[in-house]
Design a protein around this ligand. Structure first.
Ligand code: PMP
Length: 394
């Protein structure tokens, strides 16, 4: 039989041209196979063992023996997959336990779990606002909030990062032109590690009948005694929409919204990314339940990553962090990539973050600390960074 040789297609030509352009700007991304183990050690492809200072596994719970065992047990009891969406037959019994725990830790009436944090944001926002409404978003909110905002069709205004006066000015000028208003922030900003000024924003939101929403992806399990940004800021009761993920400090997978009972019931009935997608596998939910139990019980565990981040920042002449995230802004993409590969040579995995994840000219190393790093790892990291001239006061 004659073999069909496809002509070079316009589709492949488009993809190749885009890749070449990205390569030229050092913005092409490459997947590597990472094998992670306990204590934040890992291997990339077949390379040597590295200590990772780049994971979001802030408490080391993804490899915690009790969390792994809870996942195994859930899989044994309920199977490897949920089998259908939650509103069909995929709502296995672990979901209600998980949602109860989330509502408890967040101090809300109820909570609902989505397939991921990304899916939560693309579901929550369009369920609450539409074309006659306004969203005011911090200029640095996570990309999946942008996706949710776009899907909603609402008008979007961006405020300067954490600038409460700017938020107030936008509300003053525009509130009257719209029906409903959401004010959305990241509880902890993933690329800088700073915390949103929720108390002040909550006050402004209340003044203008706007609903404050925080994305606590990097805050649950790390600040506010593990309860997240609203608790860390003393803004309990001011943030009616608290979303987040189960994939970072919780060490598992999934997203959630914690809110009042009517809001959660509405999500379960109308949020498209809740309804039209398969439920999470039981093993994932079982792991998350155990992890939340550990977060609730072990306050020393929750404190440790930020303590280590502070030790590192102090030694490096960087600003004192309030979270386990320490950014070291390098500048160009190429310099950031070089610094990352120099650290890999020294035995550490630290990813260089580049545009569009961070603004142009601010490519950086983002160090994230975990409770499962040992003190000696942090000391060795400091020594290696100083040797590479990364210290800020050198
Ligand atoms: N929000 C923020 C602030 C995040 O950093 C992330 C993950 N990078 C997400 C949402 C998405 O969460 P998930 O990984 O569960 O989709």
């Amino acid at each position: 039989m004659e073999r069909f040789t496809p002509a070079p297609s316009s589709l492949d030509a488009l993809a190749s041209a885009k890749l070449v352009a990205l390569e030229a700007k050092n913005q092409r991304r490459q997947l590597v196979t990472s094998v992670r183990a306990t204590g934040m050690s890992m291997r990339v492809d077949a390379g040597p063992e590295l200590v990772s200072f780049t994971d979001n596994d802030y408490l080391g719970l993804s490899t915690h023996p009790e969390v792994v065992e809870a996942s195994r047990e859930a899989t044994r009891r309920f199977g490897a997959g949920a089998g259908a969406s939650r509103l069909v037959t995929g709502n296995h019994p672990l979901y209600s336990e998980l949602e109860k725990r989330l509502a408890q830790i967040k101090g809300t009436e109820d909570a609902c779990v989505f397939g991921s944090g990304y899916l939560a944001n693309v579901g929550i926002i369009p369920t609450l606002v539409g074309k006659d409404d306004l969203i005011i978003a911090d200029e640095l909110v996570h990309t999946c909030i942008h996706a949710g905002m776009q899907l909603s069709g609402a008008t979007v205004r961006f405020n300067r990062h954490s600038d409460v006066d700017h938020v107030r000015a936008i509300l003053k000028a525009e509130r009257a032109n719209y029906g409903r208003v959401i004010l959305v922030v990241d509880g902890v900003y993933s690329m800088d590690g700073d915390i949103a000024p929720l108390k002040e924003l909550g006050g402004v939101a209340a003044e203008y009948d706007a609903w404050l929403m925080n994305d606590d992806a990097h805050a649950l399990g790390t600040i506010g005694g593990g309860r997240g940004s609203a608790h860390a800021c003393g803004a309990e009761g001011l943030v009616p929409l608290q979303m987040g993920t189960l994939s970072k400090a919780v060490g598992s997978y999934g997203g959630y919204l914690a809110a009042s009972k009517p809001v959660i019931d509405l999500m379960r009935t109308r949020a498209r990314s809740f309804i039209y997608t398969t439920g999470l596998p039981p093993g994932v939910t079982g792991a998350a339940i155990k992890a939340l139990e550990l977060i609730k019980e072990d306050k020393a565990l929750v404190e440790r990553p930020t303590t280590l981040a502070r030790q590192f920042a102090r030694a490096m002449g960087l600003a004192t962090p309030d979270t386990p995230i320490v950014p070291l802004v390098i500048g160009t993409e190429a310099d950031a990539l070089n610094a990352s590969s120099d650290l890999a040579e020294a035995g550490f995995k630290v990813i260089a973050f580049r545009p569009p994840t961070v603004p142009e000219g601010t490519s950086r190393l983002r160090f994230s600390f975990s409770a499962s790093h040992c003190d000696a790892d942090v000391k060795r990291l400091i020594t290696a960074c100083k040797k590479l001239g990364l210290e800020q006061n050198s």
